[in-house]
Design a protein around this ligand. Structure first.
Ligand code: FAD
Ligand code: NAD
Length: 467
């Protein structure tokens, strides 16, 4: 028996569920096929949410154990209750995934549990956990199958001692030592969690710097701060093997360009060298959906090469971020409904939830130089911000880059406490194509950390006042 829909979405992550909800709001008959037992995809189940829950809890643990004493708050007998920390994280995830199921009901989205495959034009075959197959008939298909961990050849992930981000979110005890392979977002965030809880964390990164996509000056300062916290970085280094011994792991590494091999023993290895799109077993080739050279589904305004088949989120090119998937989800649903779907790919913020946090939007200095764009720069350190001083949150700075001729803001880069919340102001300014002077002449409440953004914007014209 087959059911008929306007849209069938394959995948129930931030791409899929937001597309389904928006389509439902627009009055379309929509089904979302998700192979997992809960909705929310990587983000809610094994990504953004559980990692931020552990980042927050571990930051509180570290603050209670050391940082608060300097503010005159003495806490004695601080103890880690790891099972409770994990339980609290799991409850958050559970509540949020159920929240999506509720939103599906509210917006009349049909949730189908099973593995989806495109069986032909306008047909999606669903196989449930018992192997039973059914067929859905639809006008449009949206592929939102997301991404999965990129494996490192020769290093077999067992999710106990050699873990991906998924295993690193549920370790049953704090390892004495952890080696993180890859100094990207996952490596720095989950490395921070386990360092704060007591592990000695070493990071092995192939490139000569951390966070390759981020502004160079920001990454440099972040490296210095993270080292002070106890991170040990082996940059420009590649892992050649991880051998499982009875009680430890023996990791071999050598300079990226080749050279002498050194070994380290460690309890846990976290492989965090990136993620790759999920496109296998979807029947894409048969219906004419094309992949690019890196294996992402090729799209033009979320349309694939095949008629009425669309793709959004991590399985398509661009930053692998939940809010990028969400933007595309809304634009795709609106385009299918005949509206003008739009995503401004120049203004997608990025955040790394370390302590201090890193956040940015727009172009880095390196990108502007490479593109030959003349720019002016204003910067302001949190050490000179009154709220930062009062809170003992003086690490980091904010930098505003503006077009040398028009003063339009081209990029904003932040390293500091709570910058994940402050990047929204810069993002909104850029969405409205604001000049740096617009931020510089906007009244900001005093004393706030956000005054550092205003001061950095004032610095573009050289009239920073609070130094
Ligand atoms: P996904 O969330 O991967 O969802 C795809 C869904 O499709 C999955 O549920 C999968 O089960 C399902 N699926 C796949 N194939 C099929 C099939 N054939 N049939 C049915 N269902 C199928 N991003 C941020 O913006 N902020 C963060 O703080 C952040 N933290 C992260 C932390 C970690 C540890 C990780 C791993 C990722 C993090 N991300 C973060 C990235 C974010 O999770 C992804 O960008 C986002 O989930 C992408 O959404 P998506 O819908 O494209 O794919
Ligand atoms: P990443 O791309 O951020 O970092 C991977 C790092 O591994 C890079 O620095 C890369 O140079 C390095 N690397 C690659 N191969 C290597 C090798 N063989 N040896 C040593 N180093 C190597 O990837 P990730 O940290 O795995 O995260 C995956 C995705 O998940 C990212 O695209 C990110 O957008 C998303 N994510 C986002 C957030 C967030 O927004 N806060 C948090 C976690 C994950």
């Amino acid at each position: 028996m087959s059911d008929t829909f306007d849209i069938v979405i394959i995948g129930g992550g931030p791409g899929g569920y937001n597309c389904a909800i928006r389509a439902g709001q627009l009055g379309l008959k929509v089904a979302c096929v998700e192979s997992g037992s809960t909705l929310g995809g990587t983000c809610l189940n094994v990504g953004c949410i559980p990692s931020k829950a552990l980042l927050h809890a571990s930051e509180m643990f570290e603050a209670a154990g050391s940082h608060m004493a300097g503010l005159g708050v003495k806490v004695s007998g601080v103890e880690l209750d790891l099972p409770q920390m994990m339980k609290s994280k799991d409850e958050t995830v559970d509540g949020l995934t159920k929240g999506i199921a509720f939103l599906f009901k509210k917006n009349k989205v049909t949730h189908i549990t099973g593995r989806g495959r495109i069986a032909g034009k306008g047909k999606v075959e669903v196989t449930d956990a018992k192997g039973k197959k059914s067929e859905l008939i639809t006008k449009h298909i949206v592929i939102a199958t997301g991404s999965e961990v990129t494996p490192l050849p020769g290093v077999e992930i067992d999710e106990e001692r050699i873990v991906s981000s998924t295993g690193a979110l549920s370790l049953s005890k704090v390892p004495k030592s952890m080696v993180v392979i890859g100094a990207g977002v996952i490596g720095l965030e989950l490395g921070s969690v386990w360092r704060r809880l007591g592990a000695k964390v070493k990071v092995v990164e192939y490139l000569p710097r951390i966070m390759p996509g981020a502004d160079g000056e920001l990454a440099k300062q972040a490296t210095r701060i993270l080292k002070k916290q106890g991170f040990e970085f082996h940059l420009g280094t590649k892992v050649t093997a991880v051998e499982k011994l009875k009680n430890t792991l023996k990791l071999s590494m050598e300079p990226a360009a080749g050279g002498e091999i050194t070994t380290i023993e460690t309890d846990v290895v976290l492989v965090a060298i990136g993620r790759r799109p999920v496109t296998e077993g979807l029947g894409l080739q048969e219906v004419g959906v094309k992949l690019d050279a890196r294996g992402f589904i090729e799209t033009d305004h979320w349309k694939t090469a095949a008629d009425n088949i669309w793709a959004i989120g991590d399985c398509t090119a661009g930053p692998m971020l939940a809010h990028k998937a969400e933007e595309e989800a809304v634009a795709c649903a609106e385009s299918i409904a005949g509206k003008a779907g739009h995503v401004n790919y120049d203004v997608i913020p990025g955040v790394v939830y370390t302590s201090p946090e890193m956040a940015w939007v727009g172009k880095t200095e390196e990108e502007l130089k490479e593109a030959g764009i003349a720019y002016k720069k204003g910067a302001f350190p949190f050490a000179a911000n009154s709220r930062g001083r009062a809170n003992h949150q003086t690490d980091g700075f904010i930098k505003v880059l503006a077009d040398a001729t028009t003063d339009e803001i081209l990029g904003v880069h932040m390293l500091g406490a709570n910058v994940s919340e402050m990047i929204g102001e810069a993002t909104l300014a850029m969405e409205f194509r604001a000049a740096s002077e617009d931020i510089a002449r906007t009244c900001h409440a005093h004393p706030t950390l956000s005054e550092a953004l205003r001061q950095a914007a004032m610095g573009v014209e050289g009239w920073t006042m609070q130094m």
